[in-house]
Design a protein around this ligand. Structure first.
Ligand code: PMT
Length: 391
């Protein structure tokens, strides 16, 4: 799996740095080409000479070697297929999560647009620190791969969580990243996510319970399967792919239509409002004397219906609280899309805002495929595999 892969290893200043010598051996044995960057602090734990000998390559520490200056953070990025940062200290994790580039390793991480795998290692209290967990969460949500630390005896003398994962586990995680089928390489996919907002006045709006998780899971998965992804969402997503932020159904329609040229597929996972306020008030509406208030709504364009049957593979979602399959059959025929993914939004354990989903995919001939309850990430992968099985 790793034959001829270019693996860039980043070693930061933690005692587990010595274990990376074994990791380099494992990568080299399976045919990978390995390069190593160290933070200046890592040099306190391992020597350049050891790493140079094991990797059979030059080892890099600083990007400000004025006698022999090369923008190494760019050339190393271009060459590598993956960046494995192990051990990843609390300090380096936090710097990367906040875009700080104060050494060659953090600068390279900032410029790296391919998979990054982090193997955190630190004292238990540091691992449990809220800021560190928040920074890790931020990185995870941005698409970083994390091999969580294990529990055990730590070099600082305590026992607890924070010990770097075994090098064999880091190796296996690397293999897993490469083994993801790149079946969408060369495909362009536009995905919508989130609930649209229809303004009533400058401070109030009509919306729905969509969190955007399903759309994000699809976009992340499509990206990891090699697709060029455009995400049109009702919130900003910090992702390595293109993200256009829209608010109302009308804005989403414009963004989808303006970006549909050359797309192979559009997946409408967003919960788009069927109606909008006819005349949103320009100023904040005042509470009047009357006990009731009537707001007139007008129909929104149906984006899915408008793009279906025009040459791009159109995939819609169908959110129902009753008669899921009957309504889905009716909806796919009405909207004319190629596939419709039906989910039951009356259930609390799937659908809106949940991390899980269970779906039925209908095709134009009304064949139905059922995917049992699973994480939205796994459901996303199955949807993409199904939709692209014959493309
Ligand atoms: O975001 P999460 O919290 O993760 O929840 C996921 C989800 C439940 C929102 C998602 O799985 C889902 O079902 N999305 C579609 C919600 C929806 O609007 O369903 P619908 O049955 O009302 O619409 C059918 C399809 O037409 C959808 O693809 C929708 O994007 C599209 N549509 C609807 C109205 C409209 N004016 N234009 C549209 O394009």
């Amino acid at each position: 799996m790793l034959e001829n892969k270019n693996i860039l290893i980043g070693i930061t200043g933690g005692i587990a740095a010595y274990k990376i010598c074994t990791l380099i051996r494992l990568y080299k044995k399976s045919g990978a080409n390995v390069r190593v960057i160290l933070t200046p602090n890592a040099l306190n734990f391992v020597t350049k000479l050891t790493l140079q000998t094991l990797s059979n390559n030059e080892v890099y520490v600083d990007n400000f070697d004025v006698d022999n200056f090369k923008p190494e953070h760019i050339s190393l990025c271009d060459e590598a297929d993956i960046f494995v940062i192990a051990p990843a200290t609390a300090n380096t994790i936090s710097k990367i999560a906040n875009g700080i580039c104060d050494n060659l390793l953090t600068t390279t991480a900032c410029a790296f647009n391919k998979p990054i795998l982090l193997a955190p290692a630190m004292n238990t209290n540091m691992w449990n620190n809220n800021f560190i967990q928040e920074n890790l969460e931020k990185l995870k949500n941005t698409g970083y791969h994390i091999v969580n630390p294990g529990t055990g005896f730590l070099a600082c003398g305590t026992t607890g969580e924070g010990r770097m994962a075994e090098v064999e586990d880091i190796y296996d995680s690397t293999v897993k990243i490469f083994s993801r089928k790149q079946i969408l390489k060369g495909k362009k996919i536009l995905i919508t996510a989130g609930g649209t907002k229809e303004m009533i006045d400058p401070v109030r709006y009509i919306s729905n319970c969509s969190s955007g998780k399903m759309g994000i899971a699809l976009a992340d998965c499509a990206y990891n399967m090699g697709a060029e992804v455009t995400l049109v969402s009702t919130f900003k997503a910090n992702k390595p792919y293109k993200n256009l932020v829209t608010e109302s159904a009308i804005e989403m329609e414009k963004a989808v239509k303006e970006n549909i040229v050359n797309q192979d597929c559009v997946i409408m996972a967003a919960a788009v409002a069927d109606y909008r306020v006819k005349e949103p008030a320009k100023e904040k509406m005042k509470k009047g004397e009357k006990d009731s208030l009537t707001i007139e709504l007008v129909k929104n364009p149906d984006i899915l219906q408008e793009i279906s049957g025009k040459g791009v593979l159109a995939v819609g979602f169908c959110a129902e609280s009753e008669n899921l399959i009957e309504n889905a059959k009716e909806k796919i025929q009405k909207k004319g899309c190629d596939y419709l993914v039906a989910n039951d939004i009356s259930r609390k354990d799937i659908g809106f805002s949940s991390d899980m989903n269970e779906v039925y995919i209908l095709d134009k001939k009304l064949n139905i495929t059922h995917f049992e309850r699973d994480t939205k990430q796994n459901i996303a992968q199955r949807i993409l595999e199904k939709v692209f099985e014959q493309v």
